[in-house]
Ligand binder design. Structure first.
Ligand code: PMP
Length: 432
């Protein structure tokens, strides 16, 4: 039909205008013109259930956030080299969600910039250059951070002083103390640094290990590794770009589940509900040396409109009790997936914290052989039913289920029913 023809033209136009580095989701790309709550709409008004967007975390186009943005844009939008209250009010409110040790916040526009700043601060504070990351991490796009993001693809070369450790995977290390295993790998990496004459700077992890395949349990498994890094003078940087702002359901930040207080915390994605804003929260003593020797100016980071938007996002999280919703709907969704797992041998493992859910698909529960092709068919089969998710992990066999936090039980039922049908089709070998 005419729309399908136009969409093929759009794909071609993208290639021509945007070049070869971009990737679309899905074999049959989704063309959207409008969003509201957990729904995205195509040009013909058909609704897609969004079970994937952690950026539009308080719901697509939330009216309170949109109004705050429009109001502030009509009043003043300038940067951090003028006195204005918006950024101070927001900083104060945001820091109120952190342990008292974390006393400063700096603003950037992207999670990548936040990690890049944390990287520089860690080097200045420790005098070291060695960083530990996980095997299939993603932390961002700047040169230094891309070289700490092995999930970018085969063309990714690890940076100098960057050491990788296996993610804390309790599924493939059953009946073992995963915190101990993770710490042992971190100690091995630190020993390798010593052997290479590299002074440690820090450990940087996504506290929900999203791109590694989503690893949430047992809470506390990060503690020993963090201690090991601190013993040799390194810092712990918690990348909260994915789990932050209430998604894990038991608090605002993923690190809290592990009973650790990071030296620095990086924020992004849901912070502005789609408006490009991000930040880095730090212990004052960690930031001191960097701040004494350098000035920091990020033209758009901490501008008045971003601050107003960030404030409005926090309002919605509070007013609509979204942390609680992440916990209750997350538990309900997990229960539903466990019921499906009783009927579908393809479901090998379900891992979750709140509304961050990973579901690992395997060809054989005994060998845990990744069901990579089946996972792609399921993601595309759901898309054909207008239900949007994606896949994660080194073998791309983990369903990444990560809806806006306003997701309801009714939405979860819709998702589970669609997943049940699609998994049945894929298991039967019918095209989905
Ligand atoms: N850290 C993590 C864990 C991320 O998932 C991402 C983005 N996918 C980033 C950092 C980088 O954020 P941004 O794309 O805003 O630069």
């Amino acid at each position: 039909d005419a729309l399908a023809v136009r969409e093929r033209e759009m794909v071609e136009r993208r290639r021509r205008l945007l070049g070869p580095a971009y990737r679309l989701f899905y074999a049959d790309p989704v063309h959207v013109t409008r969003g509201e709550g957990v729904w995205l709409y195509d040009p013909e008004g058909r609704a897609y259930l969004d079970v994937y967007n952690n950026v539009a975390s308080v719901g697509h186009c939330h009216p309170h956030v949109v109004a705050a943005l429009a109001n502030q844009a009509g009043l003043l939008n300038t940067h951090t080299r003028y006195l204005h209250d918006t950024v101070l009010d927001y900083a104060e409110r945001l820091l109120g969600y952190f342990p008292a040790e974390l006393g400063h916040v700096m603003f950037t526009c992207t999670g990548s910039e936040a990690n890049d700043l944390a990287f520089r601060v860690a080097r200045a504070h420790t005098g070291g250059t060695g960083f530990i990351i996980t095997q299939f991490a993603y932390h961002g796009v700047t040169n230094a951070i891309a070289e700490m993001s092995p999930s970018l693809g085969a063309g990714m070369k690890l940076g100098q002083g960057v050491y990788r450790v296996p993610a804390p995977d309790a599924y493939r290390n059953p009946d073992q103390d995963i915190g101990r295993i993770f710490a042992a790998h971190v100690r091995q990496a630190l020993a390798q640094m010593r052997a290479d004459g590299v002074k440690p700077a820090g450990l940087l992890v996504d506290t929900i290990f999203s791109s590694d395949g989503v690893f949430a349990d047992p809470p506390g498994f990060l503690r020993e590794a963090v201690e090991a890094v601190r013993e040799v003078g390194g810092v712990f940087i918690a990348d909260e770009v994915q789990p932050g702002f209430g998604r894990t359901g038991d608090g605002m930040w993923g690190f809290q589940r592990h009973g650790v207080v990071p030296d620095m915390v990086t924020l992004g994605k849901p912070m502005g509900n789609g408006h490009p804003m991000a930040g880095m929260v730090a212990r004052p003593e960690v930031l001191a040396r960097f701040g004494e020797r350098l000035r920091y100016f990020n033209t758009f980071g901490g501008n008045a409109v971003s601050a107003a938007v960030g404030m409005a996002v926090l309002d919605v999280i509070e007013r609509e009790k979204l942390v609680e919703n992440a916990a209750t709907v997350g538990a309900y969704l997990r229960q539903g997936l466990e019921t499906l797992a009783q009927r579908h041998a393809l479901i090998g493992d379900i891992r979750s914290a709140g509304l961050f859910v990973g579901t690992e698909l395997v060809r054989d529960r005994a060998t845990r052989e990744p069901a990579t092709e089946e996972t792609a068919r399921i993601v595309n089969g759901l898309r054909a039913r207008r239900v949007l998710i994606s896949a994660a992990g080194p073998a791309a066999n983990v369903l990444k289920i990560r809806p806006p936090l306003v997701f309801s039980q009714e939405n979860a039922d819709l998702f589970l029913a669609a997943l049940d049908e699609v998994v049945t089709d894929v298991a039967n070998g019918s095209s989905s």
